[in-house]
Design a protein around this ligand. Structure first.
Ligand code: NAD
Length: 265
């Protein structure tokens, strides 16, 4: 996709951080944007900001952990905007915690948003994009943590590895339909992700904490900077959209993966 003018984009988790940055960049490039977020107030604020840029912004309160909510997002998008061209599947949460600290509620909290949510939104909107027959693009937000697991955030790492696998499969499936799929793998970005705890239900058994992330992201890139990087990735139909150069660490990791093939040679 070369031109975003008059296109329609949907951004989940659009009320804050990376999602908000993507919404702004899309609006500046001329796209009308549906801002979907569980936090209705922040979605409303971002859609107003977008309206100030001469395009349409529509806020839709959406919980990506609920199928009905995602179905409602899809039908509101079609009703309000008449179609969809770009889907940024970005809503996410974080919990730090080694395996010993991770409760089943922690695991569910992270996986239900970061992986099941990406699946739900991906399935609903890829069906629409296919049926429209006019191409389009999906960006699924994973992380550099989608390639490099570490013991300090096991549920998060599992969710992001899952997003990478889902995205790679979706990219192959949708290519014949002229629909691009990119996996966004941000490095440290200074957002509200370290406050994900606020979205947990009171009765849950809590082991992991989100605040642990702050040390890693507090000197990170500003989320406004990521929007143009994402748009450039969509224009090029990049398989992976990176924000930082982690190639040495990735290379080390892949060398470790390959090394044990020595045992079967
Ligand atoms: N900040 C980083 O350093 C970083 C690095 C790699 C990947 N990421 C990923 O980027 C994405 C965006 O995170 P961010 O850093 O901008 O954090 P953020 O907390 O600023 O934004 C996340 C948004 O998702 C929304 N959200 C959470 N649960 C939701 C749900 N169930 N349904 C709908 N919306 C929901 C939140 O309300 C929030 O507005 C996430 O997938 C995150 O894992 C972030």
């Amino acid at each position: 996709m070369d031109d975003f003018k008059d296109k329609v984009a949907v951004v989940t988790g659009g009320g804050s951080g990376i999602g908000r940055g993507i919404c702004h960049a899309l609006a500046e490039a001329g796209a009308n944007v549906v801002v979907a977020d569980i936090d209705e107030e922040s979605a409303g604020k971002v859609s107003e900001e977008i309206g100030g840029k001469g395009v349409r912004g529509v806020a839709v309160a959406t919980d990506v952990t609920q199928t009905e909510s995602v179905t409602a997002l899809a039908s509101t998008t079609l009703k309000e905007m008449g179609g969809v061209d770009v889907v940024c599947n970005n809503a996410g949460v974080y919990l730090g915690g080694e395996m010993a600290d991770t409760t089943e509620d922690d695991w569910r909290f992270v996986l239900s948003v970061n992986l099941d949510g990406v699946f739900r939104v991906g399935q609903a909107f890829s069906k629409i994009l296919r049926e429209q027959g006019r191409g389009g693009h999906i960006v699924n937000t994973a992380s550099i943590g989608g390639f490099m697991s570490h013991g300090a955030a096991v549920a998060y790492a599992a969710s992001k590895f899952g997003v990478v696998a889902y995205s790679e499969a979706l990219r192959q499936d949708l290519a014949p339909h002229g629909i691009g799929v990119s996996t966004l793998c941000p490095g440290p970005i200074r957002t509200s992700l370290a406050g994900s705890d606020r979205l947990r239900e009171p009765g849950e058994q809590k082991g992991g904490k989100s605040q642990a992330l702050w040390e890693f992201i507090r000197e990170g890139m500003e989320p406004e900077e990521i929007g143009p990087i994402v748009l450039a990735g969509i224009r090029d139909n990049a398989a992976y959209i990176y924000t930082h150069d982690f190639s040495d660490a990735f290379s080390e990791r892949f060398q470790r993966v390959l090394k044990d093939f020595d045992r079967v040679r």
